[in-house]
Design a protein around this ligand. Structure first.
Ligand code: PLP
Length: 410
C-alpha cells in the first residue's frame, strides 16, 4: 500500500480485499441474479478503456462534419465492432448492440424508441414473477404507458398459451413484454407472437435472467420463435460484466432504435465493460452449450435433492425448473418448517450459503465453479442442515468451497 495513503484509503482497500475474499473464496453463491466474470474479462474491466470516451457518430460542429467527437479511439471502436459481431453470431441475430449499460437500460433502449407515447403494453405483474420495472409506477409512469397484466398465475408463474392469446386479443396492446424476474419455464412464444403480430403488436423478450441459457441453446430461442427484439442483463445467467445487450433480426426496428440510444438513453457506453462483454461472448461461443447445460442440470438436480429432503419448491410436477432458478414455496415452507424465505436466507448467509430473501436459488455461479449434478445432494444437505436444522455448517461449507479452484467454461 502507498505509504502516503490516508486512513480512509486504507480502510477502503481492506473492505475491497475482504469483499473479494468473502464473495470470491469463502461462500457458495446461489443468488440467481449474479454470476462471476472470467479472469480475462475481469482484466479488461480494469484496463485503460475504463477511463476513455468515444462517440462514433456523424455530427455537425461549427460547420464541420465530424465522425467522432473524440480522437484516440481507433482500438475502442474496433472493440465495439467486434463485440457487436460476436453478440450477433452468438444469438444468431442480424443486428446487435452491446451499448445498453444494464438490463433495465436495455429495456428502455428497446421500448422507448419503438413505442408511441402513451403506448399500451402487456407485461407479467410482479406478484406473478414479473419484473418490477414494468409495473405501473416505474417505466410505464415515466413514459405514460398503460400496462395491463399478462397472466402468469399459479405455481411456477407459467404463461398459458390460450390465456395469453385471449388476453392479447382482448387488450389489443402495442407491445407484449415477456420476461420475468422469477423465471422457471419457457413461454409458448410461437402462439403469443402469432396473436401479437395479428394485432400489429411488437413482442419484446426481456431475457435478463435467462440470457446465458439462451446463448447456450437451452431454455428457448426467442428470435426463431417470434420475438421481435431480445434484450437483457449480461450478468445473471449470462456470465459477463454487469451490463446489457440487445439483438434483433428486424432491420426496420434496429434502424429506429440504434441511432436513438445515444443522448436519449445514455451517452458513454463504458468501453471497458464492452471489452469484458466481448470476451464473455467469445468464451460462450466456445463453451456456452456445455455451460448452459450444466447450469440447468444442476438446478434440476438440486431441486430434486432439496425436495427429497422435504424442502417445498414450486414446479415439482415439471422437474422444478428449465432455467438456472429454483423457487421456494414460501407458504408451504412457513407451514412445514415455520420459517419465511427471508429468514431462511439470513440463516444460510451465516453458514456461507447465499440465496436471496425472496426465495430464489440459482445455480449459474456454482456451475462456473465446477459443481455438477453429482454435487447437488451434498449442497442440498448443507442447505437443509444449515437452514432448517439450525446446524453450524459454515466450516464444512468453507472446507468444501476451498476445494474448487478457478472457473470452468472460460
Ligand atoms: C426481468 C428483469 N429485467 C430487467 C432487470 C434489470 O436488470 P439490471 O439490474 O441489469 O438493470 C431485472 C433485474 O433483476 C430483471 O429481473
Amino acid at each position: 500500500m502507498d505509504p502516503t495513503a490516508s486512513e480512509e484509503e486504507r480502510r477502503l482497500a481492506a473492505l475491497v480485499r475482504s469483499h473479494d475474499r468473502w464473495r470470491g473464496r469463502d461462500v457458495f453463491n446461489l443468488l440467481a441474479s449474479e454470476n462471476v466474470v472470467s479472469p480475462t474479462a475481469r482484466k479488461y474491466l480494469s484496463s485503460d478503456l475504463a477511463g476513455r470516451y468515444t462517440l462514433p457518430l456523424t455530427t455537425e460542429f461549427h460547420g464541420e462534419t465530424i465522425d467522432n467527437s473524440y480522437t484516440g479511439t481507433r482500438y475502442t471502436d474496433q472493440i465495439e465492432t467486434l463485440a457487436n459481431a460476436a453478440a450477433a453470431r452468438l444469438f444468431r441475430a442480424k443486428f446487435a448492440t452491446t451499448r445498453p449499460l444494464s438490463g433495465h437500460i436495455a429495456a428502455l433502449s428497446a421500448l422507448v424508441p419503438l413505442l408511441p407515447p402513451k403506448a399500451k403494453i402487456l407485461a407479467i405483474a410482479p406478484d406473478e414473477g414479473g419484473y418490477d420495472g414494468y409495473a405501473p409506477g416505474f417505466i410505464p409512469a415515466l413514459f405514460g404507458y398503460t400496462v395491463r397484466p399478462l397472466p402468469a398465475d399459479g405455481p411456477g408463474h407459467r404463461v398459458q398459451a390460450s390465456v395469453a392469446v385471449e388476453t392479447i386479443q382482448q387488450e389489443r396492446p402495442d407491445a407484449v413484454v415477456l420476461g420475468q424476474s422469477f423465471f422457471l419455464f419457457p413461454y409458448p412464444l410461437r402462439e403469443i407472437a402469432e396473436a401479437a403480430h395479428a394485432m400489429n403488436a411488437l413482442v419484446f423478450y426481456d431475457a435478463s435472467h435467462v440470457l446465458g441459457l439462451i446463448a447456450g441453446g437451452q431454455f428457448q430461442d426467442p428470435l426463431r420463435e417470434g420475438a421481435d427484439v431480445l434484450f437483457g442483463s449480461t450478468h445473471k445467467s449470462f456470465p459477463g460484466p454487469q451490463g446489457g445487450l440487445l439483438v434483433t433480426d428486424r432491420e426496420d426496428l434496429f434502424q429506429q432504435l440504434d441511432p436513438a440510444l445515444v443522448w436519449r438513453i445514455f451517452d458513454n457506453a463504458h468501453w471497458n465493460r464492452i471489452a469484458g462483454l466481448a470476451q464473455t461472448l467469445l468464451e460462450l461461443e466456445r463453451c456456452g452449450r456445455e455451460y448452459a447445460t450444466t447450469v440447468v442440470d444442476d438446478a434440476r438436480a438440486l431441486g430434486k435433492s432439496l425436495s427429497d429432503l422435504g424442502v417445498p419448491l414450486v414446479g415439482a410436477d415439471d422437474g422444478f425448473t428449465r432455467s438456472h432458478q429454483l423457487h421456494l414455496d414460501g407458504a408451504a415452507l412457513r407451514t412445514s418448517a415455520n420459517i419465511a424465505p427471508g429468514a431462511l436466507a439470513r440463516r444460510l448467509e451465516r453458514q456461507r450459503l447465499l440465496i436471496d430473501l425472496v426465495g430464489r436459488i440459482g445455480t449459474a455461479e456454482v456451475a462456473r465453479l465446477g459443481l455438477t449434478p453429482a454435487d447437488m445432494p451434498r449442497l442440498a444437505e448443507l442447505i437443509v442442515r444449515g437452514g432448517l436444522k439450525k446446524e453450524r455448517v459454515g466450516r464444512e461449507v468453507l472446507a468444501w468451497r476451498r476445494t474448487f479452484h478457478g472457473l470452468r467454461f472460460v
